[in-house]
Design a protein around this ligand. Structure first.
Ligand code: HH2
Length: 261
């Protein structure tokens, strides 16, 4: 497939780069519409921050934040993914039209695989060791790419065993989730090795702290680093780029794809 842009719609007070900007449903829905006009093919709606140290959010709160936004964006004809690790939130979102479940815990909720299988949703399985509260405490790997690949291969098996069609599985190395700067750079450099798993790859570098560690930029000035890392991920075989700054990224993508042919 041609690379797709997944635009981020964070309906949260505490997301690391845009917390509180789109907490009201009207603001989130308007933002989603703008991202589609800017070039997003998928809108990733999330009601719980996964930034390092973030406190978990209860199911009722996450439902209240995401449901009206998912329902309205779907009604407007947009393709919506629900960024959640809770089966109940995923089920409710699919029931109002979400087509993709973006689960940063790769089906840790015991009900999640069945929810996706029964409803025929596409599911993004992302690599994250532990949870956001602890994941940045001295992350260690043997070979980070091999370890992430083995994890994702095992999660594909869990998903398929629960009845998820393999064609509906996308994979994500989880840039910034339980990784040092070197781990993130190594994963991006060797992203092509994950293609051996045979499934589309989602990559999310957008505004993440590894960019600031490289170029010294504060979070609001990481568009350049986001574009550089996303374009390199594209060249290495990424299929979906999850970004906040869709307009700039869409232009970069068009030029990068023209060069790559
Ligand atoms: N990154 C974030 C959230 N969800 N999902 C996937 N598949 N891949 C990612 O890299 C990814 C993700 C973190 O970004 P953001 O949503 O902006 O921040 P927060 O978790 O603080 O809301």
């Amino acid at each position: 497939m041609n690379a797709k842009l997944m635009g981020v719609v964070n309906v949260t007070p505490d997301s690391f780069s845009d917390g509180g900007l789109f907490l009201e449903p009207e603001a989130a829905i308007a933002h989603g519409g703008q991202l589609v006009r800017d070039g997003a093919e998928i809108l990733d709606v999330g009601g719980e921050s996964t930034r390092p140290g973030a406190e978990p959010v209860g199911e009722a709160v996450e439902l209240e934040r995401t449901q009206p936004v998912v329902a309205d964006l779907e009604a407007l004809g947009h393709t919506v993914s629900i960024d959640t690790s809770k089966a109940a939130v995923a089920a409710a979102a699919i029931d109002v039209g979400a087509e993709i479940v973006n689960d940063v815990t790769a089906l840790r909720d015991p009900e999640m695989a069945a929810v996706c299988a029964e409803r025929g949703a596409t599911v993004v399985l992302m690599h994250m060791p532990g949870d956001p509260r602890t994941m940045q405490d001295e992350p260690r790997y043997g070979d980070v790419v091999e370890d992430v690949k083995a994890f994702l291969a095992a999660r594909i098996e869990v998903a398929v065993a629960a009845g998820v069609e393999e064609e509906r599985i996308w994979l994500d190395p989880g840039i910034g989730f339980g990784k040092t700067l070197e781990h993130n750079l190594e994963l991006l450099r060797r992203l092509g090795e994950l293609r051996e798993l045979g499934r589309p790859l989602v990559v999310g570098t957008s505004r993440k702290s590894f960019i600031g560690k490289v170029d010294g930029s504060p979070v609001e000035e990481r568009t350049g680093g986001t574009i550089a890392s996303s374009v390199l991920a594209l060249a290495a075989g990424a299929d979906v780029l999850r970004v906040h700054d869709v307009a700039e990224m869409a232009r970069a993508l068009r030029v990068a794809e023209a060069v790559l042919g």
